[in-house]
Every structure is written in structure tokens, then in C-alpha cells.
Design a binder for this molecule. Structure first.
Ligand SMILES: *Cc1c(COP(=O)(O)O)cnc(C)c1O
Length: 372
């Protein structure tokens, strides 16, 4: 996939912000708890490898990813820390998992039985570490009953090739001020975990929201994702217990400027008609960069002034209404600060009626990530 390194449109990633966010969270944790940096989906669009480095610098003891390939990417980059894959992996790759010392999430006994056979016949001489997912109300993956858990524990006790490293759940509403669902899930989790005869080394529940707002919830492994990138998991509904520092800035330039006459139109569908004398700039970013077409009407910043995106956003370009004539090459801030004005990923998410997670993940590979 091509990255547009000869174009001015860039996502700048502040590594110090990531390191600082991790450090701040670690300061709040129990001494016995560890933080794993969640770098799935290319580090929420920020770049998995560089984010992993910055997080490690801040004290992250390991990493979480969603899929096997993301784990292998980290191993290939030289990371030897523990890596937990949060999604289900085809059992056919059991040996590959073991050989790369990747911990994997499991949701069924059948998977374990097949994995053991594969590892036994492969003679790879490496145990496979697993974390058992418990579905306590997320309804996604994980076992749901004490009976299933018992059966699994008994099986694990007898099988040397599989290492019972962890057990965990995921909350559906940890970012909400209504705590009813959260309490129900926590109770279910505790009941399930307490039914074990022997607890594995890691018992964990905390994503960012749980870590920030449910400190009492016992977890000796924190799966720290969105907050590490400096974004409030609740989108602002709940206050941050400490200042999260946003890591991403997106900037581009005005690469063409012109003055319009009354009634001149802008963009596909000619949906915008200019007023006499308006200055309009073109910015080289569009929906082919993940700068979604629905962002028509959103502001960008030029010289600390808010400028509206006018007309439809094209695949590779969009147009903005300028307050006055500016030089070609003038910087355009799409996400970030300019003088006393700022536009956050949350603002973009609000405009799109979605969450900042999706905006960050949706930025295309065509936008180069530069690390500062
Ligand atoms: C993605 C994910 C996380 C991280 O969530 P954030 O809200 O980004 O902190 C933690 N746990 C699981 C199981 C996940 O899938």
C-alpha cells in the first residue's frame, strides 16, 4: 500500500504523549498489576510498532493485539515482551502461536483439545499459553457458565502442553455513568473466577475505561488502549481522572487558492455556491485517506482561524472557505491546535456521529505517520 510521503498531508504522532499517558496510568496501579499496551489495528491508526516502543518506554510490560498477524508484526520488529491476542485464532495456527510465545484468547474446550493434538504431534517443545475469555455480558466471545469453566479447568489441570496463564472478561459499559450493567458483569465475573480451584497468574477485566473509572475492580493486568492515545474512552461523558495527552495531529496544506465570483460552484453535485469575492482553498486530503465524505461542513484551522469544508469531499481533495487570501503552502490543521483554536478527534467523531476510535482506525495508510 502506498504512503504519500511526497504530499504534505501527514498524521504526526507524539511519542512522548503516549509514554506519558502510560506512565500516568502505571502510577495509579497496585504494585502487583502490570499494564499491557493495546496496539491492535495498527495502534488505533497511530502505527503499532512506534506506539509499542513509546509504551514500553513508559513502562508497559506487554502488548495486546486483536489478530495473529498483528502479534507476528511485533515479534518481527524484535519485541520479546509478552503479547496477548484478544481475538480468537484458528486452531490450525496453534504451533505458530506456541513457537512465537504468543498468548491466545480461548473460548471453548474443543479448541484446546485440537490445539493440544497439534502441539503434541508437532513436537515443537513449547507450551501454549492461553487466557480464558468469560462472557459476562458483552455477548461477544467467552464461556458463560460455571459448568463450562469447571470442565475446562479440570482439562487444563491434566494437560501439560497448555499453560493456563490468564482469565478475563470485557465490560460493555465501563465508559458509562450508569453502573448497573457494569456491576452485574463484575459480579458474574467474580462468581466465575471464584469457582476455580486455582487461579491463573493473570485475572483481568480492565480496558481503559475500567482502569480510569472503576479502580476498585480487581485486575492485575490492565489492557490499556484508547487512553494511551490520549483519548477519553467515554468521549467526554465522564471526566478524565488525570490529563490525557492526545497523541495524534493531522495536518495538510492549502495547495491551490482562488477567488470566486458570485454563484461559482464547488465540488461534485455543485452543492455549494460561492459568494462574490470568496477565497477558496484546496486541501489534498479526501475520503481515500479516510477523511470521510460526511465531514463536509466540518471546520479545519488555518492561521488559527476556523474554515469550513465546503462542497462535497472528493476522494483525494477537499475545498475550504478561507477568511482571506493566503499563500499556497499554508498549513491546514485538520486535527490539532492552531493558536488558540483546536479541533480534536472527538470533534471529528461528533460530526460523523461515531466514536474517536473509529476515526483514528479509519485513517488510510496513504497518510504517512510521522513520529515526533
Ligand atoms: C480493544 C480491547 C481493549 C482496549 O480497549 P480500550 O477501550 O481501547 O482501552 C481491551 N480489552 C479487549 C478485550 C479489547 O478488545
Amino acid at each position: 500500500m502506498v504512503s504519500g510521503i511526497h504530499r504534505k498531508t501527514v498524521a504526526y504522532i507524539d511519542k512522548k504523549a503516549i509514554t506519558a499517558n502510560v506512565q500516568q496510568e502505571i502510577q495509579r496501579l497496585d504494585k502487583k498489576a502490570v499494564l499491557y499496551a493495546v496496539v491492535k489495528a495498527n495502534g488505533y491508526g497511530h502505527g503499532a510498532i512506534e506506539v509499542a516502543r513509546a509504551a514500553k518506554k513508559g513502562g508497559a510490560a506487554g502488548f495486546c493485539v486483536a489478530i495473529l498477524d498483528e502479534a507476528l508484526e511485533l515479534r518481527e520488529a524484535g519485541f520479546t515482551e509478552p503479547i496477548l491476542i484478544l481475538g480468537l485464532v484458528d486452531v490450525a495456527y496453534a504451533e505458530l502461536l506456541a513457537l512465537n510465545k504468543l498468548s491466545v484468547t480461548i473460548s471453548s474446550l474443543a479448541w484446546l483439545e485440537q490445539a493440544r493434538e497439534i502441539i503434541k504431534t508437532s513436537k515443537c517443545n513449547q507450551k501454549l499459553a492461553i487466557h480464558v475469555a468469560l462472557d459476562t455480558g458483552m455477548g461477544r466471545i467467552g464461556i458463560r457458565t460455571i459448568q463450562e469453566l469447571r470442565e475446562m479447568e479440570q482439562w487444563l489441570d491434566k494437560n501439560e502442553l497448555i499453560y493456563f496463564e490468564g482469565i478475563f472478561t470485557h465490560f460493555a459499559t465501563a465508559d458509562s455513568s450508569d453502573e448497573k450493567q457494569f456491576e452485574q458483569q463484575a459480579e458474574k465475573f467474580n462468581t466465575l473466577v471464584n469457582s476455580l480451584h486455582r487461579k491463573p497468574p493473570f485475572v483481568h477485566t480492565a480496558n481503559s475505561a475500567t482502569a480510569l473509572w472503576h479502580k476498585s475492580c480487581s485486575s492485575n493486568l490492565i489492557r490499556f488502549g484508547i487512553a494511551m492515545y490520549g483519548l477519553n474512552p467515554s468521549g467526554g461523558a465522564l471526566p478524565e481522572p488525570y490529563k490525557l495527552i492526545p497523541a495524534m495531529k493531522i495536518s495538510s496544506e492549502v495547495n491551490y487558492i482562488k477567488q470566486m465570483q458570485q454563484g461559482d460552484t464547488i465540488g461534485y453535485g455543485a452543492t455549494y455556491s460561492a459568494k462574490e469575492g470568496e477565497w477558496v482553498g484546496t486541501v489534498p486530503i479526501g475520503y481515500g485517506d479516510g477523511w470521510r465524505r460526511d465531514l463536509q461542513g466540518q471546520d479545519v484551522l488555518v492561521d488559527g482561524k476556523r474554515c469550513e469544508i465546503i462542497g462535497r469531499i472528493c476522494m483525494d481533495q477537499c475545498m475550504i472557505r478561507l477568511p482571506y487570501e493566503v499563500e499556497e503552502g499554508t498549513e491546514v490543521i485538520l486535527v490539532g491546535q492552531s493558536q488558540n483554536q483546536s479541533i480534536t478527534l472527538q470533534d471529528i467523531a461528533n460530526h460523523l456521529h461515531t466514536i474517536h476510535y473509529e476515526v483514528a482506525c479509519g485513517l488510510a495508510a496513504r497518510i504517512p505517520r510521522k513520529y515526533v
